[in-house]
Design a protein around this ligand. Structure first.
Ligand code: ATP
Ligand code: MG
Length: 266
């Protein structure tokens, strides 16, 4: 296989010799024959530092999920390389993708089993993770008994069960109502600040990106390229309605609008 997808231990340096948690290096992705189709991703270079929370923002169809899937190792770049020195990342989707025939607890235990956690320790660990996402007591609940927000909490607990250093999130809260999303933003930033996780979070919601990210990276419409990035200096915990969050969101939305206009999309 030509294009490199590396999960080796030899991380390349970010800035002052700090190894990147994720290094995306001149990545191109096309689905058709080379030259026959407009590429989906064009020369993406982006590092996520250890412990950093990066939001990837862009219009629908610009290649955000494609990029996340490449980082997850589900697909390979056409050219360029992706390095994840800490091993395979955990991935959380927009849809919870829980197994409906298993309880919340059993869904998490399955991830623990795949990770190689011995049977004897799995139940207690699943319960600890449910507590972490504030769902203590939901161990025996089946998926259909849980609300959309609760399902996404279980999905988050299941992603955390993989004990990966990197968490990839593809619009995980997009289907939730504003209040539930707000609560989950709070929980996610709490869990992130209590762990050493590096997070790459995909969204097309500017406010959400500014609410969550230490850095917001804007992708252009197809082909996806990095247009611009912003360091978000607003201290956590933030609220989505904070004036500083609103101000930066206005600036980024302008740039996103401009980007969509440039590509003739509405
Ligand atoms: N397996 C595939 N084969 C061919 N084309 C694909 C494939 N997967 C994605 N694409 C195309 O790549 C482009 C980017 O898709 P992708 O799902 O990455 O966008 P996105 O930014 O995640 O969009 P959204 O915000 O709607 O989720 C789209 O034009 C899509 O049709
Ligand atoms: Mg997508």
């Amino acid at each position: 296989m030509t294009p490199a997808l590396t999960t080796a231990t030899s991380g390349t340096a970010v800035g002052d010799d700090i190894p990147a948690a994720v290094r995306i290096d001149h990545v191109h992705k096309s689905y058709g024959r080379p030259g026959a189709d407009r590429p989906v991703l064009d020369d993406i270079t982006l590092d996520v530092r250890p412990g950093e929370f990066v939001c990837l923002l862009g219009a629908s169809g610009c290649g955000k999920s494609t990029l996340l899937n490449l980082v997850a190792g589900l697909d390979r770049p056409t050219a360029g390389s992706i390095t994840v020195p800490g091993g395979r990342p955990a991935l959380m989707f927009q849809e919870h993708a829980l197994f409906p025939w298993l309880t919340a607890g059993r869904n998490i235990e399955l991830a623990l089993r795949l990770r190689g956690v011995p049977r004897a320790g799995r139940r207690a660990e699943a319960e600890r993770l449910l507590e972490l996402v504030r769902l203590g007591g939901a161990y025996g609940k089946r998926v259909h008994e849980l609300s959309g927000g609760m399902r996404q909490r279980v999905a988050l607990a299941r992603a955390l069960a993989q004990d990966s250093r990197v968490l990839l999130m593809d619009e995980p809260f997009a289907a939730l109502d504003a209040i539930t999303r707000d609560v989950l933003h709070h929980e996610l930033t709490r869990i992130w600040s209590e762990t050493e996780l590096s997070v790459l979070f995909v969204t097309h919601n500017v406010r959400e990106a500014v609410r969550l990210g230490q850095r917001v990276v804007l992708l252009s419409s197809r082909p996806g390229r990095v247009v611009r990035e912003w360091e978000v200096g607003i201290p956590q915990p933030r609220r989505i309605e904070d004036a500083a969050v609103a101000d930066l969101s206005v600036e980024i939305t302008e740039e996103l609008r401009e980007e969509i206009r440039r590509h003739g999309r509405h």
